[in-house]
Design a protein around this ligand. Structure first.
Ligand SMILES: NC(=O)c1ccc[n+]([C@@H]2O[C@H](COP(=O)([O-])OP(=O)(O)OC[C@H]3O[C@@H](n4cnc5c(N)ncnc54)[C@H](OP(=O)(O)O)[C@@H]3O)[C@@H](O)[C@H]2O)c1
Length: 284
């Protein structure tokens, strides 16, 4: 039976540390840490996710400000707000809630965020630094996956890591993070011809596709680490990409959905905010 990673416990530990550091800095410098969220259009899941994050940020000691836009907002309107927030001394981090309506380019918008307020680590300068092995602010889900891997104690150097996702938000930055730690990395996606050939050799398998049951027992190497970042809403509730019951006695370590990567990702947003806030108040 695989060891099941308790993402909520890892997240709580990160949040406690962030909260304690933020409180010390806030009382020393007299500046309240604050994060702005840009939300475009009406999306039930985005609303829910924002509310959960807002509650958690309050607990950690971060003020949360919401900037709402209608479904038909123009890229210019959103970018103008970001440019104003970049200059706002009271805001230390800016986040754009996904998904954004199809007529907008998410990456055009994210590229306008000041790298020193880029809480999601998606500004080109921060991504470029990651590419060069200078990890500054790192995208939150890849950072969460790295923290979970650290928690397992696995040696990344020389490990055979397979990632199923090649998005700029998860797969690509995670591949670089793992390469920076000398893992051997394969990145798979819908055009990968023989997924099984890659996954069954993986010491570490990370999947984030949003396809329930994509990964079954046959895809998994004995004793491997399985990180499931996929999120799908099904009749049975929220599930990941992995057939958890089929895989759990073959893998060595596995993350559940829910309660795995998700909560750690939210904690990593706060950790990034702490870094940005610290740099701002200490003038680094
Ligand atoms: N746990 C968390 O904190 C967290 C955070 C963000 C997102 N997520 C979840 O992670 C998933 C991916 O999010 P995203 O924003 O990266 O989405 P995305 O841009 O749609 O990426 C999905 C990736 O999976 C690949 N893919 C999809 N179906 C596949 C299949 N059958 N076989 C092989 N590859 C397949 C896609 O390949 P192509 O690009 O070639 O189509 C793409 O690279 C979603 O379920 C999302 O809800 C979780």
């Amino acid at each position: 039976m695989a060891l099941i990673v308790d993402g909520r416990r890892i997240a709580n530990r990160i949040k406690e540390r962030v909260s304690s550091d933020l409180k010390k800095l806030a009382s020393e410098y007299g500046i309240a840490p604050a994060m702005a969220t840009i939300m475009i259009g009406n999306n039930e899941e985005s609303e829910l996710y924002f509310k959960l994050r807002e509650k958690a940020s309050k607990e950690v000691g971060i003020k949360s400000k919401l900037y709402r836009f209608p479904d038909d907002a123009t890229e210019r309107e959103i970018i103008d707000t970001i440019l104003d927030l970049n200059k706002d001394e009271e805001i230390h981090g800016i986040m754009v809630q996904r998904p954004v309506p199809n007529h907008l380019s998410l990456f055009n918008i994210l590229s306008k965020i000041d790298p020193d307020k880029d809480v999601e680590g998606m500004a080109p300068q921060n991504l470029g630094n990651l590419f060069l092995g200078r990890e500054t602010i790192v995208p939150c889900t890849p950072l969460a996956i790295l923290k979970i891997l650290d928690h397992t104690g696995v040696k990344l150097e020389g490990a055979n890591a397979v990632i199923i996702n090649h998005s700029p938000i998860i797969g690509k930055p995670l591949a670089i993070l793992l390469l920076n730690r000398n893992a051997t990395v394969s990145v798979c996606h819908v055009f990968t011809r023989d997924l099984l050939k890659y996954t069954r050799e993986a010491d570490i398998l990370v999947t984030a596709t949003g396809t329930p049951n994509l990964i079954g027992r046959e895809h998994v190497k004995n004793g491997s680490i399985i990180i499931d970042a996929g999120i799908s809403k099904t009749e049975k509730g929220i599930c990941g990409d992995v057939d958890f019951d089929g895989v759990k006695d073959k893998a060595g370590i596995i993350t559940p959905v829910p309660g795995g990567v998700g909560p750690v990702t939210i904690a990593c947003v706060f950790e990034n905010l702490l870094k940005l806030y610290k740099k701002r108040v200490q003038g680094g």
